[in-house]
Write a protein that binds this ligand. Structure first.
Ligand code: ADP
Length: 511
């Protein structure tokens, strides 16, 4: 027990004695110390699995060494310790992977009865569920997100995407009545680091269910769960070459996107890279979907259930350390409730537990990389230099690893960079509005159009506002709710195309 905990324990004991004797805590003492109790550490264990020292590329059903023999280290961002060495795939490796995917498509996958395809995808889903504890721990170790989130959201949702898409595999003619849906061939996919396994599932599950084969590249900082998924794919007995996983950096991704024998590109990542990909694909026959950045407005009207809205705003911006493209990173509050909201938000932020992602009580874990932490710190300085008022949690941050305090900015204008640009961290900007129209105008005054939230007691107001906000996903009196049956995607600089639901199948089909 630490010294601090001992002191707290003594104080709590005294407080309990007071309650027993007087029915309440002695008032003078109540003002002088914090009687709130601290959670004891509740770390998830890591003794139920063993990572390999080195991971090779997964091509044609086997783990193979990279052509150039290069590896890089992947770390735990909460401690900066190395977890494993990862193969750095080059364009030669990508070429091998695309050839394997093409052969698998021509010779096996496109010839299988559709219900056989469904069985393979179901198997992947079930194996993910069986190994879910291992997947959750590895996701948290490699990415820095709280174990509670990887355990309760990332891994179950990834399995759900495989289950959902498996269901469609032999029913495509019902999904698209009167049409004759056909696969495209080889899908080349590139994914980011914020939801490593979930993004792999979003990409691989619909591609397989529609009869395509896959070459996918996980993000450089978070390759481990994709490589565990390669093991699952082997265990599920998928024919060789149907799914190929090539690890590496941006150039590896570019090699997939630009490979002439790839029929469809699916990318999730930054708007900057999305634009490069869109330019590269212009004039080719490749189909593509781009799921890019966001700067979503979360709008609280004065008639909203405020405490519920506060929880939604906290979840909207601090879920996954704010590394979420659809994060509610701009809060718009009706002027009459601004003071109440900002006070409640500050109180709530003070109670968020920031620290060890492996602890089951942690609310905010580690920032994914040093590069991302530097970017967030830079935006913090930009916000202050632009004249914003700010508030940060007073919590202690771990000495090692990459951490950032949950942060609020207010007194900001629409033109401020912290209001306009995607920070991708635990930083919320707060603006006020007076009329419904002003809220809509401010919400739409962004280059992005991915998501948004509305908090109000009035159903009519919900329908009015959400219909006027140009964003792909809008939540009402909730935030950050995901479901494999529901399409997700953006407008404007947030990208194009939809993933999830029936809409998510069409980009993988010609009809
Ligand atoms: P972030 O800023 O969130 O890291 P990026 O867009 O840089 O997002 O990265 C998302 C994914 O895109 C990663 O897997 C990365 O390796 C890959 N990537 C980066 N540059 C390119 C590129 N020019 N072409 C294809 N993929 C790329």
């Amino acid at each position: 027990m630490s010294k601090k905990e001992k002191v707290l324990d003594k104080k709590s004991k005294k407080a309990i004695e007071d309650i027993a004797m007087n029915g309440s805590i002695n008032n003078s003492r109540k003002l002088n110390f914090d009687t709130s109790w601290q959670y004891a550490p509740a770390p998830e264990s890591t003794d139920h699995f063993k990572l390999k020292k080195k991971y090779d590329l997964f091509i044609n059903g086997k783990f193979v060494k990279p052509t150039d023999g290069k590896y890089y280290k992947t770390i735990n961002p909460a401690t900066t310790e190395t977890l494993a060495e990862i193969a750095y795939g080059t364009d030669k490796d990508v070429d091998k992977a695309v050839k394997a995917a093409r052969k698998a498509y021509n010779e096996v996958w496109s010839k299988l009865p559709r219900k056989e395809i469904a069985k393979y995808i179901y198997r992947i889903a079930r194996l993910l569920q069986e190994r879910s504890r291992e997947f959750a721990v590895v996701e948290t170790l490699n990415g820095g997100k709280p174990i509670r989130e990887s355990r309760d959201i990332d891994i179950p949702l990834a399995a759900a995407h495989f289950f959902y898409n498996a269901g469609w595999a032999d029913k495509l003619h019902y999904a698209f009545p009167g049409k004759s849906p056909q696969p495209l061939g080889v899908a080349g996919q590139v994914i980011p680091w914020n939801f490593p396994l979930l993004m792999a599932a979003w990409k691989i599950a619909p591609a397989l269910a529609t009869g395509n084969t896959v070459v996918i590249k996980p993000a450089e900082t978070t390759p481990l769960t994709a490589l565990l998924l390669a093991e699952v794919i082997q265990e599920a007995g998928l024919p060789d070459g149907v799914v190929n996983i090539v690890t590496g950096f941006g150039d590896t991704g570019a090699a997939i996107v630009n490979h002439p024998d790839v029929n469809k590109v699916a990318f999730t990542g930054s708007t900057k890279v999305g634009k490069i990909i869109q330019k590269a694909l212009a004039g080719t026959e490749k189909k593509y979907t781009l799921e890019l950045g966001g700067k979503a407005a979360n709008i609280i009207f004065e008639d909203a259930p405020i405490d519920q809205a506060i929880e939604g705003v906290i979840n909207g911006i601090f879920f996954n350390q704010g590394h979420v493209c659809c994060a509610g990173s701009r809060l718009l509050v009706q002027e009459s409730v601004f003071k109440t909201v900002i006070k409640k938000l500050q109180d709530r932020i003070e109670n968020l537990i920031v620290g060890d992602p492996m602890d089951k009580n942690t609310d905010i874990g580690a920032i994914n990389s040093k590069m991302q932490l530097d970017k967030i710190k830079e935006y913090y300085e930009i916000g202050k230099s632009e004249g914003a008022s700010s508030f940060q949690s007073s919590c202690n941050l771990p000495k090692k690893g990459f951490f950032f305090r949950p942060t609020l900015f207010w007194d900001v204008a629409q033109s401020h960079r912290v209001v306009q640009e995607e920070i991708f961290g635990p930083v919320l900007t707060i603006q006020t509005f007076r009329t419904v129209q002003e809220a809509i105008d401010k919400a739409n005054n962004t280059a992005y159009g991915l998501s948004g939230g509305v908090w109000t007691d009035k159903g009519s107001k919900i329908f009015n506002v959400v219909n006027k906000i140009r964003a792909g996903v809008l939540w009402a009196n909730t935030y950050n709710k995901f479901d494999p049956t529901s399409p997700f995607g953006g407008y404007k600089e947030s990208g194009l195309g939809r993933e999830g639901g029936l809409h998510g199948l069409t980009p993988y089909l010609k009809m």
